[in-house]
Design a protein around this ligand. Structure first.
Ligand code: FAD
Length: 386
């Protein structure tokens, strides 16, 4: 069953499913092994207009909305989670601009992002500020028509390949971040004083690059600020409300990919003279996996549909939507971890070796419980809405 998908959304889903099968799945294991940014996948997404799904037509997008974007992410994640991060991070990096850029800034930045000619990253996390975003130390001091940025960001996806990074900076040392002390400033690749530091060697999503960013007296035009000075915390929180359903869609895709593989394997694999799926103990495990995946799907699609509606008027994100956004990520991420772990169990020893994809899926699933707010943080958000 599909959650109220339109004809247009179904067509997109079919198109990405075909792309995933024919062009993305074949290189997934190799991408994981090499751990290099997948420029060939960027090209596939560019050619098929996927980067622009959630951009307005006036900026070169197809204006299909968040749900369409989630459908694309899900289909890609079914076969290659690393490649799906390319779409996720593009949405995450673009969202502060979509939410808060002026018309002039949008005209300048959005067309290149909608086409995928330019990639973008999102720089919030710091060595001392992860779950507690209010603890950031990076500062941007205004001097004339420039901001001078100093500080270090940690774990920033695709910053080494992006044209722009939306950087969260303290612009007022005396004000707490959530009370006007924080701003989002767009830093362009190659700006003097902006360098990429350590690149992480990761457990999963290995073809997605994760970097440290170093700002040393980095001068950025003051006009690169999004919204007004001090708007940063509100923009950040809204950004995460909008993009968490996309991470949830990634988790959903990983879980569905592992489930599909496990079911096909269990039908084929013979032990004790019959297919292992004929054993109730194993069949029930698969039934539980299928149920959790379907429940996650309904929550993810519903949440994305709610945000699609909200995006018509961005002035406020209702509390009910914030709750759903956190729930969809929590549920889908926990499901992805459980389902991929169980998929390895279904394959037995073959599940544990790299020749079969489920061990990669299990490693890839783990990140969905961590980035864009850990599962514990999602529970804090949900509880705060009760
Ligand atoms: C591969 C990867 C890609 C990433 N990409 C980006 C990116 O593009 N941009 C970006 O800005 N960041 C990015 N991040 C950072 C990511 O969002 C953070 O790692 C995450 O928010 C957790 O922060 P932390 O690692 O500092 O953990 P911590 O905040 O130190 O948390 C450690 C543990 O304590 C728990 N915890 C913390 N506070 C509480 C509490 N109050 N109650 C209960 N439990 C709590 C957490 O849930 C977690 O289990 C990325 C991280 C990784 C690993």
């Amino acid at each position: 069953m599909l959650y109220e998908l339109t004809e247009e959304q179904r067509m997109l889903q079919d198109m990405v499913r075909r792309l995933a099968r024919e062009q993305i799945a074949p290189g997934a294991a190799e991408r994981d092994r090499k751990g290099e940014f997948p420029w060939d996948m960027v090209e596939v997404f560019r050619e098929n207009g996927l980067f622009g799904c959630d951009f307005k037509e006036e900026y070169g997008g197809s204006q299909m909305g968040v749900l369409a974007y989630c459908l694309a992410v899900e289909e890609v994640a079914k076969v290659c989670a690393s490649s799906s991060v390319v779409l996720l991070v593009h949405e995450l990096g673009s969202m502060p601009m979509l939410l808060a850029a002026s018309d002039q800034q949008k005209k300048k930045w959005l067309p290149g992002l909608a086409s995928g000619e330019h990639l973008i990253a999102f720089g919030l996390t710091e060595p001392g500020a992860g779950s507690d975003a209010a603890g950031i130390r990076t500062v941007a001091i205004k001097k004339g028509d420039k901001y001078i940025i100093n500080g270090t960001k940690q774990f920033i996806s695709h910053a080494d390949v992006a044209q722009y990074v939306c950087v969260a900076c303290k612009t007022d040392a005396d004000l707490p971040p959530h009370k006007g002390g924080l701003s989002i400033i767009v830093v362009e690749k190659g700006t003097p004083g902006f360098a990429i530091g350590k690149k992480e060697d990761k457990m999963g999503i290995r073809a997605s690059t994760t970097c440290e960013l170093i700002f040393e007296d980095c001068e950025v035009p003051a006009e690169n600020i999004l919204g007004r000075e001090g708007d940063g915390f509100a923009i950040l929180m809204k950004t995460l409300d909008f993009t968490r359903p996309c991470v949830a869609a990634q988790a959903l895709g990983i879980a569905q990919g592992a489930l599909d593989y496990a079911v096909a394997y269990a039908r084929e694999r013979q032990q004790f003279g019959r297919a292992i799926i004929k054993n109730q103990g194993l069949a029930w495990m698969l039934a539980d996996m299928d149920t959790a995946v379907e429940a996650s799907r309904q929550l993810v699609y519903k949440t994305a549909a709610v945000f699609q509606e909200i995006s018509k008027d961005l002035s406020k994100v209702p509390r009910e939507a914030i709750r759903l956004s956190a729930m969809s990520k929590l549920m889908a991420a926990e499901t992805a971890m459980k389902v991929t772990t169980d998929a390895v169990q279904v394959l037995g020893g073959y599940g544990y070796v790299k020749e079969y994809p489920v061990e990669r899926m299990m490693r890839d699933a783990k990140i969905t419980q961590i980035y864009e707010g850990t599962s514990q943080v999602q529970k804090m958000v949900i509880a705060s809405c009760l």
